[in-house]
Design a protein around this ligand. Structure first.
Ligand code: UDP
Ligand code: MG
Length: 316
């Protein structure tokens, strides 16, 4: 029996990229023998012609692939688009790729080869981040370090979401129904035999990135707070340290008052201690708030996405 692979492409305003993506996919996929393909396009509330163009493309490309177009009722974000696509995967494996050709289809044979060699998650990571600015490189590097240190999960550095997932991994990830999602964490959390292959990440083919600095920062926070409670625990240790130091200082102050008479200098030290501790407490409350907010959002158990329409394209 033929091996069947799903290609999952989340799309938000990608009308310019889609025809080029299908061209490249057709070239690559028709050269790989013995595999039948299904392209799953998730239109994540695009305001351009992404929906129409993806349907047109699937009709045009019906000779080599089947397809599904899932159309969200609004923009729910890439993470929601990914799980919506995974919910529709019913084949042997799924390959997640961006619509903008930054995840080159030419890498598919290598991903599939590794999967056929027995790896259940094959991640593609960029060789270097030379395309990114200095600030993005430094923050990304520190994020990975911090994530690894707090969560103990091994996420492959510099890996985007471009990866092949075996059916078993898809089923594991589908069980995670939290609303605040960080896929890179799920891939690592699921376990199984994993491998990373490296590639040079090209620039976007057309259109613009949907991930500005602020969105990336919040995404990084989701990653850390979703997979670790260490940031909560820091405050216990910090509190213990500060209490011990202030206790020792209190003893010293009492003794010097008894021996050297009452002497109350120290406007500067009191001012510093009060403002410093005020700041520390506010940060602590902020971190508590991050967890509380997330618990609140999750407790509502709202659906992760809403589908307005779905269309299936059969192989011709
Ligand atoms: N995307 C999406 N929903 C969003 C934002 C992005 O489905 O709210 C899709 C987008 O269409 C693309 C992929 O996610 O296929 C990656 O987005 P982008 O290229 O903007 O991110 P970058 O490569 O700059 O990190
Ligand atoms: Mg991109």
């Amino acid at each position: 029996m033929n091996t069947r692979i799903d290609l999952l492409v989340p799309c938000f305003n990608e009308e310019e990229c889609l025809p080029r993506l299908f061209d490249r996919l057709r070239q690559v996929c028709s050269e790989i023998k013995g595999i039948s393909w299904k392209v799953i396009i998730v239109n994540d509330g695009s305001s351009d012609n992404t929906l129409r163009i993806s349907k047109d493309q699937l009709r045009l490309n019906g000779h080599w692939c089947e397809g599904i177009v899932i159309n969200f009722s609004r923009n729910f974000g890439k993470e929601a688009a990914l799980i919506a696509g995974l919910d529709q995967c019913n084949n042997d494996a799924c390959i997640i790729m961006d619509a903008d050709l930054q995840d080159p289809p030419e890498l598919l044979p290598e991903l599939i080869q590794n999967w056929q060699d027995g790896y259940k998650v094959v991640s593609a990571a960029r060789k270097s981040r030379t395309n990114d600015g200095y600030l993005k490189r430094i923050t990304a590097k520190n994020f990975y370090k911090f994530f690894q240190a707090t969560s103990k999960l091994e996420i492959s550095q510099n890996a985007s979401d471009f990866r092949l997932l075996d059916r078993q991994v898809i089923e594991a990830i589908r069980q995670c129904r939290e609303s605040i999602r960080f896929s890179k964490g799920f891939f690592a959390w699921a376990g199984f035999k994993q491998i990373t292959v490296y590639f040079k990440r090209p620039e976007r083919e057309a259109g613009t990135t949907k991930w500005g600095g602020w969105k990336l920062w919040n995404y990084a926070l989701d990653g850390i707070f979703n997979y670790s409670t260490s940031p909560l625990r820091i405050w216990t240790y910090l509190g213990l340290t500060i209490t011990t130091i202030s206790f020792l200082l209190a003893i010293k102050t009492v003794f010097s008052a008894l021996i050297g008479g009452v002497n109350v200098p120290g406007y500067a030290s009191i001012f510093t201690a009060v403002t410093f501790l005020g700041g520390v407490q506010l940060i602590g409350i902020g971190i508590l708030g991050e967890y509380l907010g997330r618990a609140y959002v999750e407790s509502k158990r709202r659906p992760i996405y809403i589908i307005e329409s779905m269309q299936v394209f059969e192989d011709k």
